[in-house]
Design a protein around this ligand. Structure first.
Ligand code: ATR
Length: 308
């Protein structure tokens, strides 16, 4: 008998593609007698993760019965750990640093967005036993910027610092907002130029080094480098933030990050960390798994209170 819980499935909208990078497309036998649906986040390190708390709050708010745990998983054990999780009744996984590219390779099918970003943060076990991969980071960021912070980015100049996996995951949804220009700046300039070339069919996008930013001003500056995690700042030229500009750090912390503090020093209208994005990307994953979209505003408010 197929799995009895059948919420609406976003992947049935016909946008999935098979994944040529996947090692095998052997269906996972579905556990026919699930009790509480199991979900988890895999990553390394994972001790600081807020995801179990966020998904518990979503489940309470929407009246869903599920469990969600955080597991410390390194890349060398990712594939067997993920398969064992799904084979023993797991329904969905979030994958965070440093596993997003590994999750991309594991998925049997991918959304168009995940395929382009080559990074997956959400895996879902489908009723046919195949593992579907999605990237909800970019949508989460855009929801936070537009719905929660009220920014209208159409026709604006956006700068992204960093050209790693985090940047890859947000480019498509940002370009869909049709900014006047999206610039990627990176310590290793060639990586930024290469990434810009890869997404150039989606809009006006250029890439280069930090020094090449000199003389330009941006309405929104996003920090997608991992520098914040160690309290460092990218080496930026002065006066690159436009009047009334906004700074946004994809990272978040108990204290304002180095980049959030830099944004405040530059006279930004708003300089915030990525807590809102974290909740929004989780809400998108929850919707993918459960077919119900939680109301994120009270959850973001609760987490922000818990942070201060
Ligand atoms: P993630 O998946 O978090 O994006 P990543 O793919 O390892 O992680 O990329 C990290 C990004 O942060 C890169 O753009 C890196 O710059 P390089 O490509 O030059 O390595 C950037 N980064 C890390 N530490 C940095 C620092 N101290 N200053 C500036 N950029 C930094």
């Amino acid at each position: 008998m197929p799995f009895s819980h059948t919420p609406p499935k976003p992947w049935q909208s016909g946008y999935t593609k098979s994944n040529p990078s996947s090692p095998s497309a052997t269906p996972i036998p579905i556990n026919p007698m699930p009790t509480t649906d199991r979900y988890a986040v895999f990553g390394h390190p994972i001790g600081h993760s807020q995801s179990p708390r966020i998904h518990r709050l979503f489940a309470e708010q929407t009246g869903q019965s599920l469990s969600y745990t955080a597991e410390d998983v390194t890349p060398d054990i990712f594939e067997p750990s993920a398969k064992a999780f799904f084979q023993t009744g797991g329904r969905g996984l979030n994958c965070t640093v440093p596993l997003k590219e590994w999750a991309f390779r594991l998925a049997d099918t991918l959304s168009g967005r995940a395929q382009r970003s080559k990074a997956v943060n959400t895996l879902a076990l489908r009723d046919n036993g195949m593992i579907f991969g999605e990237n909800t980071d970019g949508v989460g960021l855009v929801r936070d910027l537009t719905n929660n912070l009220g920014l209208d980015l159409t026709g604006q100049r956006i700068l992204i610092l960093g050209a790693g996996g985090a940047t890859r995951g947000i480019l498509e949804p940002l370009l869909q907002l049709q900014p006047a220009q999206l610039t990627i700046a990176n310590r290793t300039a060639e990586k930024a130029a290469q990434l810009a070339a890869e997404f150039s069919d989606l809009g006006s996008i250029i890439g280069g080094g930090f020094a090449s930013l000199s003389g330009d001003r941006y309405n929104l500056i996003l920090n997608a480098t991992s520098a914040s995690l160690s309290g460092e700042l990218p080496d930026l030229p002065p006066a690159i933030l436009a009047k009334d500009g906004v700074c946004y750090d994809l990272a978040y912390g108990k204290q304002p990050t180095a980049f959030v503090r830099w944004g405040l020093e530059q006279g930004s209208r708003l300089s915030v960390d990525g807590m809102g994005m974290l909740v929004e990307q989780a809400a998108e994953a929850f919707y993918l798994w459960r077919g119900i979209r939680p109301d994120t505003a009270p959850i973001i408010a609760e987490l922000k209170i818990g942070h201060n």
